[in-house]
Design a protein around this ligand. Structure first.
Ligand code: ADP
Length: 769
C-alpha cells in the first residue's frame, strides 16, 4: 500500500507542529528583536552623552582660553567616534573655534535604519567651568549618524530570524522522522496486513502494545473474530437454506407435475363440458325448432278441425249433437291454447323470446280481450273493464305479449269464478302500467300462492279434475312480466277471490283522448256494489255527466232522465210504463232479450258485458244529443246484412282451411273468391276488384311471401290490404310477412271474432256496423 508523502499522517502532523513552532518562533524572535531595538535606541543617546561628558572639561578650558588649535584637535578626536559625523566648538561670543566633519557611511541597511532610528541626531553641550557653573563659556555641538548603531542592530536581527528559521526547519525534520517512525510506519504496516489479510489476526507492531495502535489492533482483532463467527453462522445458515431450497424445488416440481396432470384433466373435462354445452344448446335449438315446426304441423289440422266444428255448430243440430260438438270445439280450443303456452315456454327456455316496442292502445286491447273472453264468464259473473279515464291513449311495448298476460289472468279469473264480479282495472303512473285482475272466485291458499308461478303447478289436487288446465298459464305470464322488467304479484284468500296485479314498465306514447263533453241526465238502476255502478261513476264524470244510481227496488216515479242504464231486465217491466226515456240494457254474453220483449220495452238497446268505453260513449252521444233520434238495436244490427259486401280473395291451398275460412267469411257477409296458390291469386287480381286478400304463407307453385312481393312490386294495388294466414306462431314470422309487403297477420287457427276484428280494421267501410 503506497500512501503519498503529502497524505501521510506523519507529514501532516509534522507540518502542523512545525507551522505552529515556526509561528511561535517567529513571534518570539520578533519580540526579542523589539527588545533589542529599544535597548539599541537608548544606547545611542547614552554613548553620545558619555562622550560629551568626557569632552566637557577639556572643551570648557579650550573655550575659556580661546585656543583654536586645541579646539581643532579636540573636535578631530571626537570624529574618531564611528557615530559622530560633525563636531563644532563655538565660544561665548559665537565665534567658531573648530568645525570638523566627515561623510556619512552608506550601506544596504540604510533605509531601514533611517526609518527605525531617524537619519541623524544633534547634541549640544553648554560649556562652563565647574567652579563657576553659571558662567557660560560656549557650546559644543555634535551631529550623530545613527546608521553606525542601526546597521549593527539590523545585522543582529537578521541573525536572530535566520536562526529561528533554521531551528524550525531542523525541528520539522526531526518531528517528521519521529512521527514517521512512531505513527506512520506501524500504521502502514497494519494497513498492509489488513489489505493482504493473510492471517486471521493482526500482529501488533513492536513497542506499541499499550498505546493507541495496540488498542486499535486489539479492537480490530476482536472485530475480526466476531466477523469470523458471524460468517461461520451465515455459511451454516446458507448451507441449510440451500438444502431447504433443494427440498422446495423437489416439492414444487412434484406439485407442478400434479398441477399439470390436473390441468390436463381439467381442460379435458372443460372440452367435454364445452362439447356438452354445445350439444345441449344445439339440442335446445333443435327442440325449439321442433316445437315450432310441430306447432305448425299441429295447427294446420287443428285449424281445420276447429273451423269445421264451428261451422257445424252454426248448422241446425239436435241438442245432443250440439253438446257433443261444443265439447269437441272447446277441447280443440284448449288444445290450441296449450300449444301456444308450450311454444312460448320453450322459447323462454331457448332464450328466443324477443320483445317488441311499438305504440298500441292498451285500453282497447284490454276491452277487446275481455270482450273475447266474456263468453267464458259464468252467467252470474259480472265482467267489467275499469279503465282509468286518464289512462294514455297509447303506450309503448309489446302488444302481443301484453295481450297474452291480460288474456291468461282474465281467463283464469273467469274460470275460477262462479258468482260475483271479475274486474280488469287499468291505471298508469310514472311510465308504469298496472293491470289488475280481481275476482270473487274460489281463491288460492297461502301455501299454493308461493309456488303458483312455477310451470305445471296448480293450487289444489282437484283443480284439474274440476276446472281442467295444465298449470302453464301463470308460469308463462310470470315469465313474460319478468322479461318486460315488470312484476306479477298475487293476493288471494280462499273463498273470497283473488287479485293478480301485473306492474309493467310501459311508458305513455299518446296521452288520454279527450272526448267532447256531453249534456243530459243519466239514471242507472243497478245494485250498489255492481261493476256497472262503479264503471258509470268513474267514467261518466270525465265526459261531463253525473249519473244518479238507484237500486232495483227504488221508486222512479216522477224521474225524467234522458237515458236509463240498467243491468236488471226485470226492473224494466216494472218501471217502463212510468218512464219513456231510452234504455240501455247491459246483459251477460249471449243473454240478450228476445225480440218480442225488446219491442215491448222500446226504445231499448242491448249491450253485452263488458261495456267498452267507446260503445258507451257512442250510445250516450246518440241518445243525449237528440231525444227523438231512434235507437238502433245492436242485436238487429248484428243480424243486419252488411251495407256493402266486402270482396275477399282467399289464397289457401288446403281444402279444409278453404272451407273453414270461406264459411266464416260468408257468415260475416263477405263474398269470397278462392285461389289455390299465389300465381292464381295474381291472375284473379288482374281480372277482378277485391277489398282484401287473405294470404296463406306456405303453398305450392307460388307461396304467399312471393305472391305478396309481386303484388307490391307491380305497384298496381298499393292500398290493397294483404293479411297473412299462417300456422307458424313464431314472432319472426310476422316480420317476414311484413318484409314481403303484407299488411297484417292472423295466426291459425283463428276465431270468427278475430276475423271480424281484422275485417273491421282493414275494410271498415264495407263491414263496420
Ligand atoms: P291452469 O289454469 O291452466 O291450471 P295456470 O298457471 O293459469 O294454469 O294456473 C295455475 C293454478 O293457479 C290454477 O290451476 C289454479 O289452481 C290457480 N289459479 C290461477 N288463477 C286463479 C284464480 N283467479 N282463482 C283461483 N285459482 C287460480
Amino acid at each position: 500500500m503506497d500512501i503519498k508523502f503529502a497524505h501521510r499522517l506523519s507529514y501532516k502532523q509534522a507540518r502542523l507542529t512545525v507551522l505552529v513552532g515556526f509561528v511561535l518562533g517567529t513571534l518570539l524572535s520578533l519580540i526579542q528583536i523589539g527588545i533589542d531595538y529599544a535597548s539599541e535606541d537608548a544606547s545611542i543617546n547614552r554613548e553620545i552623552r558619555s562622550l560629551i561628558e568626557i569632552s566637557h572639561n577639556p572643551a570648557s578650558r579650550i573655550a575659556y582660553n580661546i585656543d583654536a588649535e586645541l579646539a581643532q584637535e579636540l573636535t578631530l578626536g571626537l570624529l574618531h567616534s564611528p557615530a559622530i559625523i560633525r563636531a563644532q566648538l563655538v565660544d561665548n561670543n559665537g565665534v567658531v573655534l573648530a568645525d570638523v566633519d566627515r561623510p556619512r557611511k552608506e550601506g544596504t541597511y540604510r533605509p531601514i535604519s533611517d526609518f527605525l532610528f531617524g537619519a541623524n541626531r544633534q547634541f549640544e553641550d553648554r560649556l562652563f567651568l565647574s567652579h563657576m557653573p553659571n558662567e557660560s563659556l560656549g557650546m559644543l555641538r555634535l551631529d550623530v549618524d545613527t546608521y553606525a548603531f542601526g546597521s549593527r542592530f539590523l545585522h543582529r536581527a537578521e541573525i536572530t530570524l535566520a536562526n529561528g528559521f533554521a531551528r524550525s526547519l531542523l525541528l520539522t525534520g526531526i518531528l517528521l522522522g519521529l512521527f514517521y517512525v512512531m505513527l506512520t510506519q506501524p500504521l502502514v504496516r497494519i494497513i498492509r496486513e489488513l489489505s493482504t489479510r493473510k492471517q486471521a489476526r493482526l500482529d501488533c507492531p513492536p513497542g506499541h502494545e499499550n498505546d493507541e495502535i495496540g488498542v486499535l489492533v486489539n479492537v480490530a482483532n476482536q472485530q475480526f473474530e466476531n466477523m469470523e463467527a458471524e460468517i461461520q453462522q451465515r455459511r451454516h445458515a446458507e448451507d441449510r437454506l440451500t438444502e431447504y431450497l433443494g427440498q422446495l424445488e423437489d416439492i414444487v416440481s412434484a406439485r407442478t407435475l400434479e398441477l399439470k396432470a390436473s390441468n390436463q384433466s381439467l381442460s379435458q373435462s372443460n372440452d367435454e363440458l364445452e362439447a356438452a354445452k354445445m350439444n345441449a344448446l344445439g339440442m335446445a335449438q333443435a327442440r325449439a325448432a321442433f316445437v315450432a315446426n310441430m306447432s305448425h304441423e299441429i295447427r294446420t289440422p287443428l285449424n281445420g278441425l276447429l273451423g269445421m266444428l264451428a261451422l257445424s255448430l252454426d248448422s241446425p243440430l239436435n241438442a245432443e249433437q250440439r253438446q257433443q260438438l261444443s265439447i269437441a270445439h272447446d277441447s280443440g280450443k284448449v288444445l290450441v291454447e296449450l300449444l301456444n303456452d308450450i311454444l312460448d315456454l320453450s322459447k323462454f327456455d331457448a332464450g328466443q323470446l324477443e320483445l317488441e316496442r311499438i305504440p298500441f292502445d292498451l285500453g282497447s286491447l284490454v276491452e277487446d280481450t275481455a270482450n273475447l273472453l266474456s263468453q267464458n264468464a259464468a252467467p252470474s259473473v259480472e265482467l267489467t273493464c275499469l279503465i282509468d279515464p286518464q289512462f294514455p291513449a297509447q303506450v309503448l311495448g309489446d302488444s302481443t305479449r301484453v295481450r297474452q298476460i291480460v288474456s291468461n289472468l282474465l281467463s283464469n279469473a273467469l274460470k275460477f269464478t262462479r258468482f260475483g264480479r271479475v274486474d280488469v282495472r287499468l291505471s298508469a303512473r310514472d311510465g308504469r302500467v298496472k293491470i289488475e285482475v280481481c275476482d270473487t272466485g274460489i281463491g288460492i291458499a297461502q301455501d299454493a300462492q308461493v309456488k303458483i308461478f312455477q310451470p305445471f303447478t296448480q293450487a289444489g289436487a282437484g283443480i284439474t279434475r274440476q276446472f281442467g288446465g295444465t298449470g302453464l298459464g301463470l308460469a308463462l305470464t310470470h315469465n313474460l312480466c319478468e322479461a318486460m322488467q315488470g312484476r306479477l304479484s298475487i293476493s288471494s284468500e280462499v273463498g273470497f277471490g283473488s287479485q293478480f296485479c301485473a306492474d309493467l314498465p310501459l311508458p305513455a306514447h299518446l296521452p288520454a283522448m279527450r272526448q267532447a263533453p256531453l249534456k243530459g241526465e243519466v239514471i242507472a238502476i243497478t245494485s250498489a256494489g255492481s261493476g256497472l255502478a262503479e264503471l258509470l261513476t268513474s267514467l261518466l264524470p270525465s265526459w261531463g255527466l253525473t249519473p244518479r244510481c238507484f237500486s232495483m227496488d227504488d221508486d222512479l216515479t216522477g224521474q225524467k232522465p234522458d237515458l236509463l242504464i240498467t243491468d236488471c231486465p226485470e226492473c224494466l217491466f216494472r218501471i217502463r210504463p212510468g218512464i219513456s226515456a231510452p234504455v240501455l240494457l247491459v246483459t251477460a254474453y249471449g243473454n240478450f232479450m228476445p225480440s218480442e220483449e225488446v219491442a215491448a220495452l222500446a226504445p231499448l238497446q242491448q249491450q253485452a258485458r263488458p261495456l267498452s268505453r267507446n260503445a258507451l260513449y257512442q250510445i250516450l252521444q246518440r241518445n243525449l244529443r237528440s231525444d227523438t233520434q231512434p235507437i238502433l238495436d245492436p242485436v238487429q244490427l248484428e243480424a243486419t246484412p252488411l251495407a256493402h259486401r266486402a270482396r275477399i280473395l282467399l289464397v289457401e291451398d288446403n281444402p279444409v282451411n278453404q272451407l273453414v275460412a270461406k264459411g266464416m267469411l260468408g257468415k260475416l257477409g263477405c263474398e269470397v273468391i278462392v285461389a289455390a296458390h299465389g300465381g292464381e291469386a295474381l291472375k284473379f287480381l288482374e281480372e277482378q276488384r277485391f277489398d282484401l286478400v287473405l294470404m296463406d304463407c306456405n303453398m305450392p307453385v307460388m307461396d304467399g311471401y312471393e305472391a305478396s312481393r309481386q303484388i307490391r312490386r307491380s305497384g298496381r294495388w298499393p292500398d290493397l290490404p294483404i293479411v297473412a294466414l299462417t300456422a307458424n306462431a313464431l314472432s319472426e314470422e310476422r316480420e317476414r310477412c311484413r318484409a314481403a309487403g303484407m299488411s297484417d297477420y292472423l295466426a291459425k287457427p283463428f276465431r270468427r271474432e278475430e276475423l271480424k276484428a281484422l275485417l273491421d280494421l282493414w275494410v271498415p267501410t264495407t263491414t263496420s256496423l
